[in-house]
Design a protein around this ligand. Structure first.
Ligand code: FE2
Length: 278
């Protein structure tokens, strides 16, 4: 009887370990999406980086930079929390310097940029400007990539408004962008927060790119797409993935945060998001 109990305990422990160990895999995951639109005549490949939080991806950030280069993107979108309020900026600066030398880059603030001191925030924004990275604080840019015209707009995170050069609040910034669904140019919104999905639906963007939720930090494959996300609470609806509303799609990256978070990610590998517009 005692022997049987011990056997059962050992078997339970083994099952538990078999479940837990793969869940703690923190290697970078490449997540790909394909978006079809009549507004796209020439395919465009976008890499979405969010929530890097100045985390470490090997010497000179090689693991992340090699993964980006392997995808040969046409442009890079940076959807906030690229810098961190606690961690030093070197890891982020290494990534930004490398990508800005090779690709057009667009950036919006996240909440953690807004939680920095004013001096650190201003230093970070100056770094972006010095590297010709477009800061989209309630404004739009028209880009022409591979002869394909795109409109890319961005709004500040609500927690970064105090430092922003744009004095409008996030909603006013969004209203000012005024997308038009009849417009034949594909219109992308870059915004840190996925929980504003209902507000994005009131406008006519083709694609919205977000981060912030970190995939809900803990996931259970096929059962739970995220346990907790900031500003959404438990069992967040917009933890990560693709969300559709009429003609508009929102893609939420699970982000790149690793050591910046006290609890390890679980079945939620940090992800590099690649989007093919075609
Ligand atoms: Fe965030």
């Amino acid at each position: 009887m005692k022997k049987n109990k011990k056997k059962i305990r050992l078997m339970l422990l083994a099952v538990l370990l078999i479940f837990i160990i793969p869940g703690l895999d923190q290697r970078l995951y490449l997540r790909k999406y394909e978006m079809d639109s009549d507004k796209i005549q020439t395919p465009v490949r976008i890499v979405l980086l969010t929530d890097l939080h100045s985390c470490y991806y090997g010497k000179n950030q090689e693991r992340l930079l090699q993964a980006i280069a392997s995808q040969n993107p046409d442009m890079i979108t940076l959807a906030g929390d690229i810098f961190d309020d606690q961690l030093p900026d070197e890891n982020t600066e290494t990534v930004l310097k490398a990508v800005s030398e090779k690709y057009p880059c667009c950036y919006v603030t996240g909440n953690h940029e807004g939680w920095c001191t004013k001096e650190k925030f201003q230093k970070n924004m100056q770094f972006l400007k010095d590297h010709h990275i477009m800061i989209l604080a309630g404004k739009s840019e028209i880009l022409e990539i591979q002869k394909q015209k795109l409109i890319i707009s961005g709004i500040d995170d609500p927690d970064s408004l105090a430092y922003s050069e744009n004095k409008n609040n996030t909603e006013q910034q969004m209203q000012g962008l005024n997308p038009d669904s009849q417009e034949q140019t594909y219109h992308i919104l870059l915004s840190h927060r996925p929980e504003l999905f209902p507000e994005y639906q009131n406008l006519n963007f083709d694609l919205v790119l977000c981060g912030h939720a970190h995939g809900g930090q803990w996931r259970i494959p096929y059962l739970l797409n995220g346990l907790y996300a900031p500003n959404q609470g438990l069992f967040p609806e917009y933890a990560g993935g693709l969300y559709q509303s009429g003609q508009m799609t929102m893609i939420v990256s699970r982000g790149l945060a690793r050591e910046s978070t006290k609890l390890p990610r679980f079945y939620n590998r940090p992800e590099l998001v690649v989007i093919d517009l075609k």
